[in-house]
Design a protein around this ligand. Sequence first.
Ligand code: FAD
Length: 499
Amino acid sequence: MGEEMKNTNNSECPSDLYDKFCASNSCTEILELFDRMCESLSIAPPRIGGADHHGFYHRFKSLLRTTKSMSLWTKLDKRASESVYADGNACSKNKVLIIGAGPCGLRMAIECAFLGAKVVLVEKRPQATRNNVLHLWTYVPYDLKALGAKEFYPRFCTGGIDHISIRQLQSILLKTALLLGVEVHINTTFNDIIEPTDDAHHGFRADISPVDSPVSQFDFDVLIGADGKRNTLKGFKRKGARGKLAIAITCNFLNKRTTRESLVQEKGGFNYLYSLQMFKDLNDKTGIYLENFVYYKADTHYFVMTAHKKSLLKKGVLKEEHADTSKLLGRDNVVYEYLVSYAKEAANEMTEYKIPDLEFALNHYGREDVAMFDFTSFFTAEHSSRVIERHGHKLLVGIVGDSLQEPFWPSGSGCAKGILGVLDAAYMVKQWGDGVDPLQILATKESVFRMFLSAWTSHSLFSKPQEFTIDPKTRYKNCETDFLKPKDVKYLYDDGTGV
Ligand code: FAD
């Protein structure tokens, strides 16, 4: 097929820019290339107080018709045609602010764009830098391929085990979100909600840093917290469960893509219970005592393992024993050089030294990409949604991703459950756009949240991921969306009277 497109600004060729945009893995570069593409096509990207988001995707699509872009448009059009989006009119009057451009914030932005809402996303960092790799449950590759994962990253899910690096996933989703008309502001931090006052001529706004950000002027009626484990949004209590001490180490090494590297087998998950002898032999030989171990080959060679405290003390990684885990793993108690050598030795041993010359990838501090995390306790949000009403303005608030439930990385729950929670939240936004009674929306959402919480493996889901939509009934087995009634969720409706 021939390449056909309008280039009203002849300085740059849109198809060349699009190729660069597809290949880029840097958040700032993706944003810059997107703006340059828009300029070369003489199309204004959606902006607060500027160009409208309605119809942006269709205008862009009609101007950029290369062989490469056509395959993406076909996929996005198919997704957009799902009846649940009502041709992009389901939420065409709603304005959504999303906090955080992690995988879940970006995935949420895409759903809200399909629903037709004006979507603004703020991210406090300038770049996505995490090399770590996410294991994907069966349905996730279907979900991501339908959004152009293969177009932006042809290597996506070509190996034996489905996985993707966090950074790569963010890049893919950022590109799709931009093309669908989402407005993304990096280096922009959400601090708090600003409630409308009696005499204010605007609705709910956000306290944003920097203060002169245009996002400070954005009135929204939906706010989604996708800002990770630390969750800045107030009003969402958590409950924690403390388990047995679990110390995870992650590390990334350069993948030089040599033939020898390509022959090394990935290891989807060795657990102590099933591989007792192997872990015992490793301990006898090296003093490294692991409880489980995962190795994925992606843009990097990625390893995640849980290590016994005793062996970390014995190998000098931890200086002293502490009953308090935050002190045990505190910066002052960890000898970074020994952590580096512990991780490298474990990676070499567990892959039988088959990866030649393991060389660390660098993290965003320019140091060996190795980190140690505490998985001893897990938190879960007590609820996933609320509504605030002030002076006639109503705000729907939800949380998704790691803010909703802390993931256990070796099981891949972060991404898999993260996207499930996003789809649940998108359904809630759709109901808001449809004008359903707010208490009913909250009751449905919290009923769905119960199913979300109990979905710990992909077995809790239907087996045809191609049929998954934002409607929970298409995804969860035994879906009970009316388990809770409006009277049960009154405490989630805050009208300022404190009742
Ligand atoms: P995140 O990916 O944490 O994204 C949240 C985003 O919100 C961040 O970009 C953050 O900068 C931004 N943000 C936070 N506060 C604000 C604010 N106030 N204003 C604006 N922006 C804000 N999972 C695995 O399965 N395997 C791993 O090896 C693994 N490694 C990880 C390493 C690190 C350092 C972290 C933080 C997480 C890791 N995870 C891993 C978890 C995994 O990344 C998440 O489960 C997955 O990315 C979904 O998370 P999310 O989108 O909810 O949040």
